[in-house]
Design a protein around this ligand. Structure first.
Ligand code: FAD
Length: 403
């Protein structure tokens, strides 16, 4: 198989546009195919973007996009629903130039990455849902739901947690695993709360988890994780009205000594919730000229705060491998070798932290007793250094795997 010149990138979320930019820097052109007409911008949601993700974006000189859209959130303070302070921990790491983790709206992140990928020469085609792909002696032909096809030297599946590419590579690939908490959030105004700038307040409430940070504008960005043992269907969640969500959330936080209820009541507009999933271990990441990156290959529960950063690290590492190794299969093997252990460790960490949010009454008492001890150990951030200290040196050449 010859050295690749043109990549078909499936998915215009986080990993896709970053892959397009990184591949271009490695001398490979890309077309990004996004299923939705204008991109899956999921307008309501925000995410915390870890410092290691910013460091990875710096390898392709794109970190400024996140810094321009986000606000710094380098710390977390943890408390119980009784108002008891349990501890303070860093939210990510401080990079040598002082850059820290940022919080930004998902729609702003997607838009900024896609616009920049286009500015750097990638083409983005919307309304192109991948349904199948066939490898050929020269590369790959992708087939889309609208009946069209596209040819390339390789195909990068950056099509998210429910990836079609994953199943094309391996029809028996595992599906997602349900994590027993829901996610919901919003933006509140005209409510006064106790909060330090740059700090996420995380509250293990009596019946549910609640987190909030204050945006420099004074707006409060919040999320909640109502426990939910059985997996809801999409239509079941979609049928819950804003009034019902509000009533449910107010009920869940009514007994806590926290501002959660005031914040929820001060949130205008629509509330919508979604289920939580992860994807602990996908046995096959690549096959001939097809490969998966980001959530398509490994998805972590949101509580790790690492999903977007993992997707970006994957994209940059993959591009380095394709730049340095003589052919596509060797590049894909090197990419997997460099990434698998790290991402699976992060997924396991995310599942542990998510499960602590859904603790029952006995586990809750133990958790609140143990938490200050555990938090003291992680307070200087070094116990999570393996997660945050990851650095990609773009200049360094990737070695050929000797077997
Ligand atoms: C509630 C919630 C909160 C989160 N909070 C955080 C956080 O605080 N910090 C963090 O780092 N991460 C967070 N994450 C995780 C983060 O959003 C993901 O890890 C990240 O978006 C993964 O990027 P991706 O590009 O792999 O997938 P996605 O961002 O999901 O992008 C996939 C893209 O592929 C498109 N697509 C799907 N199928 C096809 C197809 N067949 N053909 C063409 N296109 C297709 C989709 O429309 C989408 O645009 C959170 C996730 C959730 C659900």
């Amino acid at each position: 198989m010859r050295r690749a010149k043109k990549a078909l990138v499936i998915g215009g979320g986080v990993a896709g546009p970053v892959a397009a930019m990184a591949l271009r820097q490695a001398g490979i052109g890309s077309v990004v195919y996004e299923a939705y007409a204008g991109g899956a911008d999921d307008a309501g949601a925000f995410l915390t973007f870890a410092s290691n993700g910013l460091d990875a974006l710096r390898a392709i000189d794109a970190h400024h996009l996140v810094l321009a859209e986000g606000f710094p959130t380098p710390r977390m303070t943890i408390q119980s629903g009784t108002g008891k302070h349990l501890g303070d921990v860093p939210n990510g790491w401080t990079l040598p130039d002082g850059t820290v983790s940022q919080t930004l709206k998902r729609a702003d992140l997607y838009r900024a990455l896609r616009d920049e990928a286009v500015r750097r020469g990638a083409r983005v085609e919307y309304g192109k849902r991948l349904v199948d792909a066939e490898t050929t002696p020269d590369g790959v032909v992708a087939q889309f739901e609208d009946g069209t096809e596209a040819e390339g030297d390789l195909l990068v599946g950056a099509d998210g947690i429910h990836s079609r590419t994953r199943r094309i590579i391996d029809p028996s690939a595992p599906g997602v695993r349900y994590i027993p908490v829901l996610n919901i959030g919003g933006y509140a105004s005209d409510v006064r709360v106790q909060a330090e700038p740059g700090t996420f307040r995380m509250i293990f409430g009596k019946r549910a988890f609640f987190g909030y940070a204050v945006h420099p504008s004074g707006e409060i960005w919040w999320f909640a994780n109502p426990p939910r043992a059985d997996e809801p269907t999409r239509s079941e969640l979609a049928a819950i009205t804003t009034e019902k969500w509000r009533e449910m959330l107010v009920g869940l936080f009514a007994e806590d000594d926290t501002p959660a209820v005031d914040i929820i009541r001060a949130t205008p507009g629509k509330l919508a919730g979604w289920a939580t999933y992860d994807l602990p271990s996908v046995p096959t990441w690549h096959m001939r000229s097809l490969v998966i990156i980001g959530d398509a290959a490994h998805a972590t529960a949101p509580s790790s705060g690492q999903g977007a950063s993992m997707a970006i690290e994957d994209a940059v590492v993959l591009a380095r491998c394709l730049r340095d190794l003589p052919d596509t299969p060797q590049a894909f093997s090197a990419y997997e070798r460099l990434r698998r252990a790290r991402v699976e460790r992060i997924v396991a960490h995310g599942a542990r932290t998510s499960n602590s949010k859904a603790a029952g009454p006995v586990a809750r008492v133990i958790r609140d007793l143990m938490m200050p001890v555990i938090l003291k150990r992680v307070a200087n951030g070094r116990s999570l250094a393996w997660m945050h200290d990851y650095h990609i040196d773009w200049q360094e050449r990737v070695a050929i795997l000797s077997e």
